[in-house]
Ligand binder design. Structure first.
Ligand code: DGP
Length: 114
C-alpha cells in the first residue's frame, strides 16, 4: 500500500535495522524499543489489522510466529523468556495499521499488561 510505513520499510523505501527477510516477511528493530530486544515481524503483504486476515492467511500467521521464535532463539531469549504480542485496533494500542508481531525480551515482564 502506497502510504503505509511498514510497506515502505518492506520495499526498502525507508531505512530500518533489518534483522531478517524472506519471501513473506521482514523483521526489523522497533524505532521506540520497550525492552532490550524489541523486534517487529511484518508481512510483506498489507493487512491493516488482524480483523482483516482471513483463514487463507493461516500459513502466513504461523510463519510470522515461527520467524519471531527463531529470532528470539538467535538473540538468546529462548531460555530466559520473551513475549510475542500483536495489538489489534487503537483500543489495544495499535498505532501502525499494517499487521505485525512485537518480539520483546531481555527484561522481566508483568502480567496482565497495561
Ligand atoms: P503498534 O503500536 O502495535 O501498532 O506498534 C507499532 C510499532 O511500530 C511501535 O512500537 C513503533 C514502531 N514504529 C513505528 N514507526 C516506525 C518506523 O518508521 N520504523 C520502525 N523501525 N519502527 C516503527
Amino acid at each position: 500500500m502506497a502510504d503505509c510505513i511498514f510497506c515502505k520499510i518492506a520495499r526498502k523505501e525507508i531505512p530500518a535495522k533489518l534483522v531478517y527477510e524472506d519471501r513473506q516477511v521482514v523483521a526489523f528493530e522497533d524505532i521506540n524499543p520497550q525492552a532490550p530486544v524489541h523486534t517487529l515481524v511484518v508481512p510483506k503483504s498489507h493487512f491493516p489489522t488482524l480483523n482483516d486476515v482471513g483463514a487463507e492467511e493461516e500459513g502466513l500467521l504461523g510463519h510470522m510466529t515461527l520467524v519471531a521464535t527463531r529470532i528470539a532463539k538467535d538473540k538468546g531469549l529462548h531460555a530466559t523468556g520473551y513475549r510475542v504480542v500483536a495489538n489489534c485496533l487503537e483500543g489495544a494500542g495499535q498505532s501502525v495499521f499494517h499487521i505485525h508481531l512485537h518480539l520483546l525480551g531481555g527484561r522481566r515482564f508483568t502480567w496482565p499488561p497495561g
